[in-house]
Ligand binder design. Structure first.
Ligand code: ASP
Length: 587
């Protein structure tokens, strides 16, 4: 038998019991006469103690050899500790082993297996199995497990059925590039890995499954960021005979359940709702962090035609009001200017107005605007003495997005984005379509299966850009946790949508013929949503990086540095697939 108990289990009530523990050696301390070993497994740490004068010579010899991360088995008696350690649950006892067996030796690990490790990210990824032995990583994976279990529990009580959908499919249009898999049996043909199970879940509704969910891997060949991985997991759901409100109610319920069960936090439902237009105008983002106000205000008409070229030449001037920040120093303001000028943000410059405590104003545009003009700006923000106005100018959308970044930065600097506070909301009434200047065509903002608001039907022929979609995103603390829509459920509307997106009838037929065909056989009205499961985990765990919640993540270049993938394949594999490489020379 390898163990009678785990390393986190023993308490004073076990004193005098003979036990066997197995685990990894966290530490060995030799204090002349006494030797201690901290034995670790997933459940905790138990201290083994050896009195050299009372320990068998054979056992002592083995202890001598033992180093960090050795796997050992120890059998002995549980003793009440003389000096107790209140920091660990097993701290009141220790085990005096009379037998030790080395189950596996270990080389010195490349980094310390401690909460604060000395290993770099890259090194820890290469040896991820060692990293997983560390508490923070193990806890992140346990959190993920708990969220998955609670999701299943909740959805099961609401009659959702977990159904698996295939991984080797045909391209799905979620707007990213596909990962493809060559077919050996059909040389020259390729499977695509699903960007999501979108069409399958719709077909399950046609199949009468009524309520579907799946915790499922999705694959998108995109450039990576902290909250993106080439393969990620969705909590993917679909329901038949529902309207938008039914879905929103069900899934804010899921979120409430998860917060309650996993974090012991009560959140209020129904969630606040905001239209996409309002979100863009007030926060410059379709995923606003509403833990704090600092809304964006447009000032264009108030500031133009008064002789300041920078404002006169642009489409839009807007700003934010940072409460009690008029005390910002020259240096701090210079740094903010540098912040908005970073290439990723791209503003030309920053205009500030300090609303001084004495009612006067100090601004970076004093040459162009007098106190009376500045007072009008301040009034537009309802600013009070002590506040700081920050203004940006340029194209409308771009400037709003820049103001969003500035707002979040000020939120950080003024400590307004409190960890542990959760501010959920739904963004609704997204535009159905997005115009792309480069390719001169519309793209589906969500995906081509999203239905339009009936009231906006008239715009299909006149101004498609104005059509609003029956689409919704759930946002918490500036993170888009999930999104979905009510689907098109008849052939004519689906064909009209494909046409609007520039598909010829033949293209639509070859890519989506199966769906269009299915639509001939009785389609229930349906809709759904998918949550980024990794993001939910990161939000609950209080981290910005989804990687921390994935057992074996890829690095920023999309590589798994542990198994060294992607990697070339053998020529025999290529020839079986009837493929030839045509690599561009490396520069
Ligand atoms: N398939 C969509 C996505 O991956 C979600 C949905 O519409 O349900 O974003």
């Amino acid at each position: 038998m390898h163990r009678t108990h785990n390393c986190g289990e023993l308490r004073p009530e076990h004193v005098n019991q003979k036990v066997t523990l197995s685990g990894w050696v966290q530490r060995k301390r030799d204090k002349g006469g006494m030797i201690w070993i901290d034995l670790r497994d997933r459940y905790g740490i138990t201290q083994l103690a050896f009195d050299e004068s009372k320990t068998d010579a054979e056992v002592l010899k083995r202890i001598e050899k033992i180093g960090r991360e050795y796997v050992i088995k120890a059998t002995g008696t549980v003793i009440e500790r003389y000096s107790k350690n209140n920091n660990i649950p097993t701290g009141e006892i220790e085990v005096f082993p009379d037998e030790i067996i080395i189950l596996s030796q270990s080389e010195t690990p490349p980094f310390t297996i401690e909460d604060e490790s000395d290993g770099s990210d890259e090194l820890r990824m290469k040896y991820r199995y060692l990293d997983i032995r560390r508490n923070p990583v193990r806890e992140a994976l346990m959190l993920r497990h708990k969220i998955a279990q609670e999701t299943r529990k909740y959805l099961d009580t609401f009659d959702f059925v977990e159904v698996e959908t295939p991984n080797l499919i045909k391209s799905t249009p979620e707007g990213a590039r596909d990962f493809v898999v060559p077919s050996r049996m059909h040389p020259g043909s390729f499977y695509a890995l699903p960007q999501s199970p979108q069409t399958f879940k719709q077909l399950l509704m046609l199949g009468g499954m009524d309520k579907y969910f799946q915790i499922v891997k999705c694959y998108r060949d995109e450039d990576l960021r902290a909250d993106r991985q080439p393969e990620f997991t969705q909590i993917d759901c679909e329901m038949a005979f529902v309207e938008q409100d039914d879905i929103m109610k069900t899934f804010e319920g899921l979120m409430k359940h998860l917060f309650n069960q996993v974090k012991n936090i009560k959140i209020e439902t129904p969630f606040k709702r905001m239209t996409w237009h309002d979100a863009m105008d007030k926060y410059g983002s379709d995923k606003p962090d509403i833990r704090f106000d600092m809304e964006i205000h447009e000032l264009t008409s108030l500031v133009q035609n008064q002789g300041f070229k920078v404002f006169d030449m642009v489409e839009y001037v807007g700003g934010i009001c940072a409460k009690k920040a008029a005390s910002y120093t020259r240096k701090q303001l210079d740094e903010l200017t540098k912040f908005v000028q970073k290439p990723q943000i791209g503003a030309k410059g920053l205009v500030y107005v300090k609303c001084n405590e004495d009612g006067s104003f100090k601004s970076s545009v004093d040459k162009f605007f007098d106190a009376e003009a500045l007072k009008k700006w301040a009034d537009a923000f309802n600013a009070e003495p002590g506040d700081l106005l920050l203004l940006l100018a340029g194209d409308k959308r771009k400037t709003q997005e820049q103001l969003c970044e500035l707002r979040l930065e000020m939120g950080n600097q003024l400590d307004l984005r409190k960890p542990g506070t959760f501010a959920p909301l739904w963004i609704v009434d997204f535009p159905l379509l997005e115009w792309d200047e480069e390719t001169q065509r519309f793209y589906a903002m969500h995906h081509p299966f999203t239905s339009a608001k009936t009231e906006d039907n008239g715009f299909f022929d006149t101004d498609p850009g104005k059509i609003r979609a029956n689409a919704y995103d759930m946002v918490i603390n500036g993170v888009e946790l999930g999104g979905g829509s009510i689907r098109i459920h008849n052939r004519e509307d689906q064909a009209r949508m494909f046409k609007l997106l520039g598909f010829t009838t033949e293209e639509a037929e070859s890519q989506f013929g199966f769906l269009m065909n299915a639509f001939r056989y009785g389609v229930p009205p349906h809709g759904g949503i998918a949550f980024g499961f990794d993001r939910v985990c990161a939000l609950f765990g209080g981290s910005d990086s989804i990687r921390d919640y994935i057992a074996f993540p890829k690095n920023n270049a999309g590589r798994d540095v542990m198994i060294d993938a992607p990697a070339p394949i053998a020529n025999t594999q290529l020839s079986e697939l009837e493929l030839k490489l045509n690599l561009k020379p490396k520069h």
